[in-house]
Design a protein around this ligand. Structure first.
Ligand SMILES: Cc1cc2nc3c(=O)[nH]c(=O)nc-3n(C[C@H](O)[C@H](O)[C@H](O)COP(=O)(O)OP(=O)(O)OC[C@H]3O[C@@H](n4cnc5c(N)ncnc54)[C@H](O)[C@@H]3O)c2cc1C
Length: 539
Protein backbone atom coordinates (compact mmCIF):
# COMPACT_ATOMS: atom_id res chain seq x y z
CA UNK A 1 0.00 0.00 0.00
CA UNK A 2 1.55 3.27 -1.05
CA UNK A 3 1.85 6.44 0.97
CA UNK A 4 2.20 10.05 -0.05
CA UNK A 5 3.92 11.29 -3.20
CA UNK A 6 7.50 10.19 -3.83
CA UNK A 7 9.05 13.64 -3.68
CA UNK A 8 12.42 12.77 -5.19
CA UNK A 9 10.85 10.97 -8.11
CA UNK A 10 8.37 13.68 -8.98
CA UNK A 11 10.89 16.51 -8.67
CA UNK A 12 13.36 14.58 -10.81
CA UNK A 13 10.64 14.05 -13.43
CA UNK A 14 9.86 17.76 -13.37
CA UNK A 15 13.52 18.64 -13.72
CA UNK A 16 13.46 16.41 -16.83
CA UNK A 17 10.54 18.26 -18.34
CA UNK A 18 7.77 15.86 -17.31
CA UNK A 19 4.68 16.51 -15.12
CA UNK A 20 4.81 20.23 -15.80
CA UNK A 21 1.12 20.66 -16.77
CA UNK A 22 -1.69 20.41 -14.23
CA UNK A 23 -5.38 21.33 -13.99
CA UNK A 24 -5.06 22.77 -10.50
CA UNK A 25 -1.95 23.80 -8.58
CA UNK A 26 -2.55 24.36 -4.87
CA UNK A 27 0.04 26.36 -2.94
CA UNK A 28 0.16 25.62 0.81
CA UNK A 29 0.16 22.29 2.61
CA UNK A 30 -2.05 23.19 5.56
CA UNK A 31 -5.61 22.04 6.03
CA UNK A 32 -6.99 24.57 3.52
CA UNK A 33 -4.67 23.43 0.75
CA UNK A 34 -5.22 19.77 1.63
CA UNK A 35 -9.00 20.31 1.53
CA UNK A 36 -8.80 21.95 -1.91
CA UNK A 37 -6.60 19.10 -3.16
CA UNK A 38 -9.14 16.57 -1.86
CA UNK A 39 -12.11 18.18 -3.56
CA UNK A 40 -10.17 18.78 -6.80
CA UNK A 41 -8.92 15.21 -7.02
CA UNK A 42 -12.33 13.65 -6.46
CA UNK A 43 -13.57 15.73 -9.42
CA UNK A 44 -10.97 14.08 -11.60
CA UNK A 45 -8.67 17.10 -11.93
CA UNK A 46 -4.93 16.60 -12.23
CA UNK A 47 -4.06 18.36 -9.00
CA UNK A 48 -0.72 19.18 -7.41
CA UNK A 49 -0.06 20.66 -3.96
CA UNK A 50 3.18 22.47 -3.10
CA UNK A 51 4.31 23.20 0.46
CA UNK A 52 7.40 25.28 1.18
CA UNK A 53 8.24 23.49 4.45
CA UNK A 54 6.68 20.32 5.82
CA UNK A 55 3.01 19.43 5.45
CA UNK A 56 1.03 21.24 8.19
CA UNK A 57 4.16 23.16 9.19
CA UNK A 58 2.15 26.41 9.23
CA UNK A 59 -0.86 27.05 11.41
CA UNK A 60 -2.38 23.64 10.78
CA UNK A 61 -0.13 21.87 13.27
CA UNK A 62 -0.48 24.64 15.86
CA UNK A 63 -4.20 25.12 16.43
CA UNK A 64 -5.97 24.36 19.69
CA UNK A 65 -7.09 21.12 17.98
CA UNK A 66 -10.80 21.61 18.49
CA UNK A 67 -13.39 20.70 15.94
CA UNK A 68 -16.04 23.06 17.11
CA UNK A 69 -18.86 25.34 16.19
CA UNK A 70 -17.35 28.17 18.14
CA UNK A 71 -19.67 29.36 20.86
CA UNK A 72 -18.00 32.73 20.54
CA UNK A 73 -19.35 33.19 17.00
CA UNK A 74 -22.82 32.31 18.18
CA UNK A 75 -22.60 34.72 21.10
CA UNK A 76 -21.53 37.36 18.54
CA UNK A 77 -24.67 36.61 16.50
CA UNK A 78 -22.93 34.77 13.65
CA UNK A 79 -25.48 32.02 13.16
CA UNK A 80 -24.30 31.06 9.68
CA UNK A 81 -20.69 30.37 10.71
CA UNK A 82 -21.81 28.49 13.80
CA UNK A 83 -24.32 26.38 11.91
CA UNK A 84 -21.81 25.46 9.20
CA UNK A 85 -19.19 24.64 11.82
CA UNK A 86 -21.35 22.41 13.99
CA UNK A 87 -22.70 20.59 10.94
CA UNK A 88 -19.15 19.98 9.71
CA UNK A 89 -18.21 18.83 13.21
CA UNK A 90 -21.02 16.27 13.12
CA UNK A 91 -19.92 15.10 9.71
CA UNK A 92 -16.29 14.69 10.76
CA UNK A 93 -17.28 12.81 13.91
CA UNK A 94 -19.17 10.35 11.74
CA UNK A 95 -16.59 10.01 8.98
CA UNK A 96 -13.40 9.90 10.98
CA UNK A 97 -13.95 8.47 14.47
CA UNK A 98 -10.61 7.97 16.17
CA UNK A 99 -9.23 11.07 14.46
CA UNK A 100 -12.06 13.40 15.43
CA UNK A 101 -13.55 12.49 18.79
CA UNK A 102 -16.29 13.99 20.90
CA UNK A 103 -15.25 15.48 24.21
CA UNK A 104 -17.11 17.31 26.97
CA UNK A 105 -16.46 21.01 27.62
CA UNK A 106 -17.22 22.71 30.93
CA UNK A 107 -17.72 26.46 30.72
CA UNK A 108 -17.26 27.65 34.29
CA UNK A 109 -19.25 30.49 35.85
CA UNK A 110 -17.94 32.93 38.43
CA UNK A 111 -20.03 35.44 40.31
CA UNK A 112 -20.29 38.74 38.45
CA UNK A 113 -18.89 37.46 35.14
CA UNK A 114 -20.90 37.24 31.91
CA UNK A 115 -22.21 34.97 30.52
CA UNK A 116 -23.85 33.37 33.49
CA UNK A 117 -25.75 30.13 33.76
CA UNK A 118 -29.02 31.21 32.11
CA UNK A 119 -27.53 33.16 29.24
CA UNK A 120 -25.30 30.18 28.52
CA UNK A 121 -28.26 27.80 28.64
CA UNK A 122 -29.92 29.80 25.87
CA UNK A 123 -26.73 29.94 23.79
CA UNK A 124 -26.22 26.17 24.17
CA UNK A 125 -29.81 25.38 23.30
CA UNK A 126 -29.32 27.21 19.99
CA UNK A 127 -25.88 25.62 19.53
CA UNK A 128 -27.27 22.12 19.90
CA UNK A 129 -30.32 22.95 17.78
CA UNK A 130 -28.06 24.06 14.92
CA UNK A 131 -26.16 20.77 15.18
CA UNK A 132 -29.33 18.69 15.43
CA UNK A 133 -28.37 17.21 18.81
CA UNK A 134 -29.23 17.76 22.47
CA UNK A 135 -26.15 17.42 24.59
CA UNK A 136 -25.82 20.13 27.22
CA UNK A 137 -26.59 20.37 30.90
CA UNK A 138 -25.74 22.26 34.06
CA UNK A 139 -22.95 20.98 36.28
CA UNK A 140 -22.77 21.87 39.99
CA UNK A 141 -19.66 22.98 41.87
CA UNK A 142 -19.19 19.58 43.47
CA UNK A 143 -19.47 17.74 40.13
CA UNK A 144 -17.06 20.22 38.62
CA UNK A 145 -14.46 19.79 41.33
CA UNK A 146 -14.60 16.02 40.91
CA UNK A 147 -13.58 16.48 37.30
CA UNK A 148 -11.12 19.30 37.87
CA UNK A 149 -9.59 18.63 41.30
CA UNK A 150 -8.24 21.70 43.04
CA UNK A 151 -10.48 24.17 41.20
CA UNK A 152 -10.95 27.29 43.35
CA UNK A 153 -14.51 27.33 44.66
CA UNK A 154 -14.75 30.95 45.83
CA UNK A 155 -17.36 32.66 43.66
CA UNK A 156 -17.72 29.50 41.57
CA UNK A 157 -21.24 29.07 40.22
CA UNK A 158 -20.96 25.68 38.52
CA UNK A 159 -20.56 25.22 34.80
CA UNK A 160 -22.39 24.48 31.58
CA UNK A 161 -21.46 21.12 30.14
CA UNK A 162 -21.71 20.65 26.38
CA UNK A 163 -19.82 18.69 23.77
CA UNK A 164 -17.58 19.53 20.83
CA UNK A 165 -14.69 17.50 19.42
CA UNK A 166 -10.89 17.25 19.36
CA UNK A 167 -8.58 16.31 16.51
CA UNK A 168 -4.86 15.98 15.92
CA UNK A 169 -4.62 18.80 13.35
CA UNK A 170 -1.43 17.53 11.69
CA UNK A 171 -2.84 14.06 11.34
CA UNK A 172 -6.01 15.54 9.90
CA UNK A 173 -3.94 17.22 7.19
CA UNK A 174 -2.07 13.97 6.49
CA UNK A 175 -5.27 11.95 6.23
CA UNK A 176 -6.88 14.47 3.87
CA UNK A 177 -3.71 14.54 1.74
CA UNK A 178 -3.60 10.76 1.69
CA UNK A 179 -7.20 10.54 0.49
CA UNK A 180 -6.41 13.06 -2.27
CA UNK A 181 -3.34 11.11 -3.34
CA UNK A 182 -5.37 7.90 -3.41
CA UNK A 183 -7.63 9.75 -5.87
CA UNK A 184 -4.67 10.59 -8.10
CA UNK A 185 -3.39 13.92 -6.73
CA UNK A 186 0.26 14.67 -5.92
CA UNK A 187 1.66 16.61 -2.98
CA UNK A 188 5.22 17.84 -2.43
CA UNK A 189 6.61 19.14 0.81
CA UNK A 190 9.77 21.26 0.98
CA UNK A 191 8.92 22.79 -2.40
CA UNK A 192 8.48 26.54 -2.31
CA UNK A 193 6.59 28.58 -4.85
CA UNK A 194 9.09 31.35 -5.51
CA UNK A 195 6.69 33.36 -7.66
CA UNK A 196 3.61 33.20 -9.80
CA UNK A 197 3.94 32.74 -13.54
CA UNK A 198 2.07 35.61 -15.17
CA UNK A 199 1.46 35.68 -18.93
CA UNK A 200 -0.69 38.32 -20.68
CA UNK A 201 -1.70 39.65 -17.26
CA UNK A 202 -3.08 36.27 -16.23
CA UNK A 203 -1.66 33.82 -13.73
CA UNK A 204 -0.78 30.72 -15.74
CA UNK A 205 1.26 28.73 -13.26
CA UNK A 206 4.02 28.94 -10.69
CA UNK A 207 7.77 28.94 -10.49
CA UNK A 208 9.04 26.53 -7.87
CA UNK A 209 12.32 26.82 -6.13
CA UNK A 210 13.40 23.21 -6.32
CA UNK A 211 16.52 23.85 -4.32
CA UNK A 212 14.65 25.42 -1.41
CA UNK A 213 15.35 23.28 1.64
CA UNK A 214 16.38 20.36 -0.56
CA UNK A 215 18.23 17.68 1.36
CA UNK A 216 18.49 15.18 -1.46
CA UNK A 217 20.19 14.85 -4.85
CA UNK A 218 16.96 14.71 -6.83
CA UNK A 219 16.78 18.42 -7.32
CA UNK A 220 20.46 19.18 -7.70
CA UNK A 221 21.04 21.50 -10.60
CA UNK A 222 17.30 21.77 -11.12
CA UNK A 223 17.23 25.39 -9.97
CA UNK A 224 13.80 26.75 -10.65
CA UNK A 225 11.05 24.88 -12.49
CA UNK A 226 7.99 26.35 -14.20
CA UNK A 227 4.70 24.52 -13.71
CA UNK A 228 1.52 25.46 -15.58
CA UNK A 229 -2.17 25.21 -14.73
CA UNK A 230 -5.34 27.13 -15.67
CA UNK A 231 -6.12 27.37 -11.94
CA UNK A 232 -3.65 28.30 -9.21
CA UNK A 233 -5.05 28.29 -5.67
CA UNK A 234 -3.14 30.31 -3.11
CA UNK A 235 -3.94 28.53 0.18
CA UNK A 236 -1.01 29.93 2.11
CA UNK A 237 -2.91 31.04 5.20
CA UNK A 238 -1.11 33.79 7.08
CA UNK A 239 1.25 34.15 4.08
CA UNK A 240 -1.58 34.67 1.57
CA UNK A 241 -0.99 38.40 0.97
CA UNK A 242 2.56 37.72 -0.15
CA UNK A 243 1.73 35.75 -3.28
CA UNK A 244 -1.50 37.63 -3.88
CA UNK A 245 0.38 40.90 -3.86
CA UNK A 246 1.94 39.87 -7.18
CA UNK A 247 -1.47 40.50 -8.75
CA UNK A 248 -3.30 42.67 -6.21
CA UNK A 249 -1.64 45.01 -3.73
CA UNK A 250 -4.43 44.79 -1.14
CA UNK A 251 -3.34 43.67 2.37
CA UNK A 252 -6.15 41.62 3.89
CA UNK A 253 -4.53 39.26 6.37
CA UNK A 254 -4.12 40.27 10.00
CA UNK A 255 -1.79 37.66 11.54
CA UNK A 256 -2.86 36.98 15.12
CA UNK A 257 -0.78 34.73 17.33
CA UNK A 258 -2.18 32.20 19.75
CA UNK A 259 0.10 30.26 22.10
CA UNK A 260 -0.24 27.22 24.33
CA UNK A 261 1.76 25.64 27.12
CA UNK A 262 1.93 21.92 27.86
CA UNK A 263 2.62 20.38 31.24
CA UNK A 264 2.63 16.82 32.58
CA UNK A 265 -0.93 15.71 33.24
CA UNK A 266 0.01 14.62 36.74
CA UNK A 267 0.10 18.32 37.70
CA UNK A 268 -3.52 18.81 36.65
CA UNK A 269 -5.04 15.55 35.49
CA UNK A 270 -8.04 16.26 33.26
CA UNK A 271 -9.94 14.07 30.84
CA UNK A 272 -12.31 16.78 29.62
CA UNK A 273 -12.05 20.43 28.67
CA UNK A 274 -12.51 23.29 31.11
CA UNK A 275 -13.02 26.88 29.97
CA UNK A 276 -12.50 29.82 32.31
CA UNK A 277 -12.59 33.55 31.74
CA UNK A 278 -9.15 35.03 32.30
CA UNK A 279 -9.08 37.65 35.06
CA UNK A 280 -7.09 40.15 32.95
CA UNK A 281 -9.29 40.42 29.87
CA UNK A 282 -12.23 38.03 30.36
CA UNK A 283 -11.19 35.96 27.35
CA UNK A 284 -12.02 32.28 27.45
CA UNK A 285 -8.96 30.11 28.12
CA UNK A 286 -9.02 26.31 27.84
CA UNK A 287 -7.44 23.58 29.95
CA UNK A 288 -7.58 20.22 28.18
CA UNK A 289 -6.05 16.76 27.90
CA UNK A 290 -3.78 15.89 24.99
CA UNK A 291 -1.65 12.79 24.51
CA UNK A 292 -1.08 12.22 28.20
CA UNK A 293 -0.38 15.87 28.91
CA UNK A 294 -2.50 18.84 29.95
CA UNK A 295 -2.63 21.88 27.68
CA UNK A 296 -3.39 25.47 28.60
CA UNK A 297 -4.27 27.97 25.90
CA UNK A 298 -4.59 30.18 24.13
CA UNK A 299 -3.62 33.81 23.73
CA UNK A 300 -4.71 36.18 20.95
CA UNK A 301 -2.46 39.05 19.88
CA UNK A 302 -1.04 40.73 16.80
CA UNK A 303 1.91 38.81 15.39
CA UNK A 304 4.47 41.12 13.87
CA UNK A 305 7.40 38.67 13.82
CA UNK A 306 8.90 37.45 10.56
CA UNK A 307 6.48 34.90 9.09
CA UNK A 308 9.40 32.92 7.69
CA UNK A 309 10.35 31.99 11.25
CA UNK A 310 8.16 29.63 13.22
CA UNK A 311 5.85 31.39 15.63
CA UNK A 312 6.72 30.97 19.29
CA UNK A 313 5.33 31.96 22.66
CA UNK A 314 6.59 35.18 24.29
CA UNK A 315 7.35 35.74 27.98
CA UNK A 316 4.23 37.88 28.57
CA UNK A 317 2.08 35.10 27.08
CA UNK A 318 3.67 32.53 29.39
CA UNK A 319 2.96 34.80 32.35
CA UNK A 320 -0.62 35.46 31.18
CA UNK A 321 -1.42 31.75 30.84
CA UNK A 322 0.24 30.78 34.13
CA UNK A 323 -1.51 33.61 35.98
CA UNK A 324 -4.87 32.51 34.56
CA UNK A 325 -4.29 28.91 35.58
CA UNK A 326 -3.01 29.81 39.04
CA UNK A 327 -6.08 31.94 39.75
CA UNK A 328 -8.25 28.89 39.01
CA UNK A 329 -6.04 26.39 40.86
CA UNK A 330 -4.38 28.45 43.61
CA UNK A 331 -3.52 25.39 45.69
CA UNK A 332 -1.67 23.62 42.83
CA UNK A 333 0.05 26.56 41.16
CA UNK A 334 2.12 25.98 38.06
CA UNK A 335 5.46 27.61 37.41
CA UNK A 336 7.69 27.88 34.37
CA UNK A 337 9.70 24.90 35.62
CA UNK A 338 6.63 22.68 35.19
CA UNK A 339 6.29 23.36 31.48
CA UNK A 340 7.10 20.45 29.16
CA UNK A 341 6.87 22.37 25.92
CA UNK A 342 4.96 25.13 24.15
CA UNK A 343 3.55 25.86 20.73
CA UNK A 344 2.28 28.95 19.00
CA UNK A 345 0.38 29.46 15.76
CA UNK A 346 -0.65 32.41 13.62
CA UNK A 347 -4.31 32.80 12.74
CA UNK A 348 -4.79 34.07 9.23
CA UNK A 349 -7.60 36.39 10.23
CA UNK A 350 -9.30 38.40 7.51
CA UNK A 351 -9.71 41.86 8.85
CA UNK A 352 -6.57 43.90 8.83
CA UNK A 353 -8.17 46.35 11.23
CA UNK A 354 -5.22 47.03 13.49
CA UNK A 355 -6.42 48.47 16.74
CA UNK A 356 -9.57 46.39 16.85
CA UNK A 357 -9.60 43.94 19.75
CA UNK A 358 -8.08 40.77 18.20
CA UNK A 359 -10.64 38.53 19.88
CA UNK A 360 -13.44 40.54 18.24
CA UNK A 361 -12.19 39.90 14.68
CA UNK A 362 -14.40 37.55 12.65
CA UNK A 363 -12.99 34.09 12.04
CA UNK A 364 -14.69 33.50 8.70
CA UNK A 365 -12.77 32.66 5.52
CA UNK A 366 -12.58 34.70 2.33
CA UNK A 367 -11.96 33.83 -1.33
CA UNK A 368 -10.57 36.35 -3.83
CA UNK A 369 -10.13 35.86 -7.55
CA UNK A 370 -7.45 38.04 -9.17
CA UNK A 371 -6.32 37.52 -12.77
CA UNK A 372 -6.61 33.74 -12.52
CA UNK A 373 -5.24 33.44 -8.99
CA UNK A 374 -7.73 32.11 -6.44
CA UNK A 375 -6.68 33.09 -2.93
CA UNK A 376 -8.42 31.44 0.00
CA UNK A 377 -7.56 32.26 3.60
CA UNK A 378 -9.01 32.58 7.07
CA UNK A 379 -11.57 30.22 8.54
CA UNK A 380 -10.96 27.22 10.71
CA UNK A 381 -9.85 23.63 10.62
CA UNK A 382 -13.40 22.59 11.29
CA UNK A 383 -14.83 24.02 8.08
CA UNK A 384 -12.01 23.04 5.72
CA UNK A 385 -14.33 21.11 3.39
CA UNK A 386 -16.67 24.07 2.90
CA UNK A 387 -13.72 26.43 2.43
CA UNK A 388 -12.36 24.12 -0.28
CA UNK A 389 -15.72 24.01 -2.05
CA UNK A 390 -15.89 27.82 -2.08
CA UNK A 391 -12.40 28.02 -3.57
CA UNK A 392 -13.23 25.49 -6.28
CA UNK A 393 -16.48 27.27 -7.08
CA UNK A 394 -14.50 30.44 -7.67
CA UNK A 395 -12.13 28.46 -9.91
CA UNK A 396 -14.89 26.66 -11.85
CA UNK A 397 -15.00 29.01 -14.88
CA UNK A 398 -11.37 28.13 -15.66
CA UNK A 399 -11.72 24.38 -15.19
CA UNK A 400 -13.02 21.63 -17.47
CA UNK A 401 -16.24 19.93 -16.42
CA UNK A 402 -15.66 17.82 -13.32
CA UNK A 403 -15.89 14.03 -13.46
CA UNK A 404 -19.13 12.82 -11.87
CA UNK A 405 -18.94 11.41 -8.35
CA UNK A 406 -21.60 10.18 -5.97
CA UNK A 407 -19.78 9.83 -2.65
CA UNK A 408 -18.88 13.21 -1.15
CA UNK A 409 -17.24 11.88 2.01
CA UNK A 410 -13.80 13.31 2.69
CA UNK A 411 -12.60 10.02 4.17
CA UNK A 412 -13.04 6.60 2.65
CA UNK A 413 -14.30 4.23 5.34
CA UNK A 414 -11.60 1.72 6.38
CA UNK A 415 -12.01 -1.76 4.94
CA UNK A 416 -11.48 -3.37 8.34
CA UNK A 417 -13.27 -3.13 11.69
CA UNK A 418 -11.73 -2.18 15.00
CA UNK A 419 -12.07 -5.70 16.41
CA UNK A 420 -10.50 -7.22 13.31
CA UNK A 421 -7.60 -4.80 13.61
CA UNK A 422 -6.88 -5.14 17.32
CA UNK A 423 -9.31 -7.52 19.05
CA UNK A 424 -7.87 -6.70 22.47
CA UNK A 425 -7.88 -2.95 22.12
CA UNK A 426 -10.72 -1.72 19.89
CA UNK A 427 -10.38 1.81 21.24
CA UNK A 428 -6.80 2.16 20.09
CA UNK A 429 -7.74 0.39 16.86
CA UNK A 430 -10.30 3.14 16.29
CA UNK A 431 -7.64 5.76 16.78
CA UNK A 432 -5.35 4.08 14.25
CA UNK A 433 -8.16 3.65 11.71
CA UNK A 434 -9.15 7.29 12.15
CA UNK A 435 -5.61 8.47 11.52
CA UNK A 436 -4.50 6.07 8.81
CA UNK A 437 -7.69 4.60 7.35
CA UNK A 438 -7.14 1.08 5.97
CA UNK A 439 -3.39 1.61 6.16
CA UNK A 440 -3.62 0.94 9.89
CA UNK A 441 -3.62 -2.75 9.01
CA UNK A 442 -0.26 -2.50 7.25
CA UNK A 443 1.19 -0.48 10.15
CA UNK A 444 0.33 -3.26 12.58
CA UNK A 445 1.35 -6.04 10.20
CA UNK A 446 4.83 -4.70 9.52
CA UNK A 447 5.64 -3.59 13.07
CA UNK A 448 8.79 -4.99 14.63
CA UNK A 449 9.02 -6.56 18.09
CA UNK A 450 7.85 -4.16 20.81
CA UNK A 451 6.93 -1.45 18.30
CA UNK A 452 3.27 -1.41 19.25
CA UNK A 453 3.92 -0.28 22.83
CA UNK A 454 2.76 3.25 23.62
CA UNK A 455 5.56 5.74 24.14
CA UNK A 456 5.49 7.49 27.51
CA UNK A 457 2.01 8.71 28.39
CA UNK A 458 1.08 9.17 24.72
CA UNK A 459 -0.73 6.71 22.49
CA UNK A 460 1.89 6.97 19.75
CA UNK A 461 4.05 3.92 19.06
CA UNK A 462 7.24 3.17 17.15
CA UNK A 463 5.31 1.29 14.46
CA UNK A 464 3.73 4.62 13.48
CA UNK A 465 7.19 6.20 13.35
CA UNK A 466 8.40 3.43 11.04
CA UNK A 467 5.36 3.92 8.82
CA UNK A 468 5.83 7.67 8.70
CA UNK A 469 9.51 7.33 7.82
CA UNK A 470 8.66 4.88 5.04
CA UNK A 471 5.49 6.38 3.61
CA UNK A 472 4.75 9.88 4.88
CA UNK A 473 7.38 12.09 3.27
CA UNK A 474 9.42 12.57 6.44
CA UNK A 475 12.45 14.59 5.34
CA UNK A 476 13.72 15.62 8.76
CA UNK A 477 13.61 14.39 12.33
CA UNK A 478 11.44 17.39 13.23
CA UNK A 479 8.80 16.30 10.68
CA UNK A 480 8.48 13.05 12.59
CA UNK A 481 8.66 14.35 16.17
CA UNK A 482 6.60 17.53 15.76
CA UNK A 483 4.01 16.70 13.09
CA UNK A 484 3.62 13.03 12.03
CA UNK A 485 3.70 12.25 15.75
CA UNK A 486 3.70 14.71 18.69
CA UNK A 487 6.39 12.93 20.66
CA UNK A 488 8.58 16.03 20.61
CA UNK A 489 5.89 18.02 22.41
CA UNK A 490 4.48 15.42 24.76
CA UNK A 491 7.52 13.44 25.95
CA UNK A 492 10.03 14.94 28.37
CA UNK A 493 13.00 16.84 26.92
CA UNK A 494 11.56 17.13 23.45
CA UNK A 495 11.36 13.36 23.00
CA UNK A 496 15.00 12.51 23.80
CA UNK A 497 13.95 9.16 25.33
CA UNK A 498 13.05 7.87 21.84
CA UNK A 499 16.23 8.99 20.11
CA UNK A 500 18.03 5.60 20.35
CA UNK A 501 15.13 3.69 18.79
CA UNK A 502 14.68 6.31 16.08
CA UNK A 503 18.36 6.39 15.22
CA UNK A 504 18.25 2.65 14.51
CA UNK A 505 15.03 3.05 12.52
CA UNK A 506 16.29 5.93 10.35
CA UNK A 507 19.50 3.96 9.72
CA UNK A 508 17.62 0.90 8.49
CA UNK A 509 14.82 2.69 6.63
CA UNK A 510 16.75 5.64 5.21
CA UNK A 511 20.40 4.72 5.51
CA UNK A 512 21.15 7.69 7.79
CA UNK A 513 24.67 7.18 9.14
CA UNK A 514 25.81 8.55 12.48
CA UNK A 515 26.87 11.95 11.13
CA UNK A 516 23.57 12.37 9.30
CA UNK A 517 21.68 11.44 12.47
CA UNK A 518 23.74 13.88 14.56
CA UNK A 519 23.08 16.68 12.06
CA UNK A 520 19.33 15.96 12.20
CA UNK A 521 19.37 15.93 16.00
CA UNK A 522 21.20 19.27 16.01
CA UNK A 523 18.67 20.76 13.57
CA UNK A 524 15.72 19.40 15.55
CA UNK A 525 17.04 20.57 18.92
CA UNK A 526 17.75 24.06 17.56
CA UNK A 527 14.15 24.26 16.33
CA UNK A 528 12.73 22.81 19.53
CA UNK A 529 14.75 25.06 21.82
CA UNK A 530 13.88 28.17 19.87
CA UNK A 531 10.20 27.61 19.06
CA UNK A 532 8.71 24.84 21.20
CA UNK A 533 10.33 25.46 24.54
CA UNK A 534 10.19 28.46 26.87
CA UNK A 535 11.42 31.83 25.64
CA UNK A 536 14.76 32.80 27.07
CA UNK A 537 15.34 35.70 29.47
CA UNK A 538 12.09 36.00 31.41
CA UNK A 539 11.71 39.52 32.81
C1 LIG B 1 -3.67 29.39 18.13
C2 LIG B 1 -4.68 28.91 17.15
C3 LIG B 1 -5.70 28.08 17.57
C4 LIG B 1 -6.64 27.62 16.67
N1 LIG B 1 -7.56 26.72 17.08
C5 LIG B 1 -8.44 26.23 16.22
C6 LIG B 1 -9.34 25.23 16.65
O1 LIG B 1 -9.30 24.78 17.79
N2 LIG B 1 -10.24 24.76 15.76
C7 LIG B 1 -10.29 25.22 14.48
O2 LIG B 1 -11.16 24.77 13.72
N3 LIG B 1 -9.41 26.15 14.02
C8 LIG B 1 -8.49 26.64 14.87
N4 LIG B 1 -7.57 27.55 14.44
C9 LIG B 1 -7.61 27.99 13.06
C10 LIG B 1 -6.92 26.98 12.14
O3 LIG B 1 -5.81 26.41 12.75
C11 LIG B 1 -6.49 27.68 10.86
O4 LIG B 1 -7.60 28.34 10.32
C12 LIG B 1 -5.97 26.71 9.82
O5 LIG B 1 -5.00 25.85 10.36
C13 LIG B 1 -5.39 27.47 8.65
O6 LIG B 1 -4.97 26.54 7.70
P1 LIG B 1 -4.33 27.01 6.34
O7 LIG B 1 -4.09 25.79 5.54
O8 LIG B 1 -5.17 28.07 5.74
O9 LIG B 1 -2.96 27.71 6.75
P2 LIG B 1 -1.59 27.00 7.18
O10 LIG B 1 -1.82 25.79 7.96
O11 LIG B 1 -0.74 28.04 7.77
O12 LIG B 1 -0.98 26.54 5.81
C14 LIG B 1 -0.42 27.46 4.88
C15 LIG B 1 0.85 26.83 4.37
O13 LIG B 1 1.31 27.57 3.23
C16 LIG B 1 2.69 27.40 3.18
N5 LIG B 1 3.27 28.40 2.28
C17 LIG B 1 3.35 29.73 2.48
N6 LIG B 1 3.95 30.32 1.43
C18 LIG B 1 4.27 29.34 0.55
C19 LIG B 1 4.92 29.31 -0.71
N7 LIG B 1 5.38 30.43 -1.27
N8 LIG B 1 5.08 28.12 -1.33
C20 LIG B 1 4.63 26.96 -0.77
N9 LIG B 1 4.02 26.95 0.44
C21 LIG B 1 3.83 28.11 1.09
C22 LIG B 1 3.12 27.57 4.63
O14 LIG B 1 4.38 27.00 4.88
C23 LIG B 1 1.99 26.86 5.38
O15 LIG B 1 2.33 25.54 5.75
C24 LIG B 1 -6.59 28.03 15.31
C25 LIG B 1 -5.56 28.86 14.88
C26 LIG B 1 -4.60 29.29 15.79
C27 LIG B 1 -3.47 30.14 15.34
Amino acid sequence: MTGVTDRKKLLAAMANGQSLEWDVIVIGGGITGAGVLREASRRGYRALLLEQQDFSWGTSSRSSKMVHGGLRYLAAGDLKLTKESVRERQRLLKEAPGLVDRIAFYFTFRKGLFPGRWAMAVILAIYDFLAGIRDHSYCSNSQLVERFPGLEQTNLKGASRYTDAMVDDSRLVMRVLQESIDDGAKALNYTKVAKLLIENDKVSGVVIDALHNATDDATNNAGTIELRAPVVVNATGAWADRLRNQVNSEQRIRPLRGSHIIFPSVLCPVTEVMTFLHQDDRRGVYIYPWEGTTVLGTTDLDHSDDLDCEASISNPEVDYLLAGFNRQFPNNPLSRADILSTWAGVRPVIGAERGKNPSKERRDHAVWSDNGLITVSGGKLTTFRLIALDALNAAAPSLPNPAPFTDDRVFVAPAISTTELLPNNPQWAQRLLGRYGSRAQAIIAQSGAGELAWLGETQFCLAECRWAIQHEAVEHLDDLLLRRTRLGLCLPNGGKPVYPALQVMFASERGWDNSCWQAEVARYEAIWNRYYSLPKNPQ
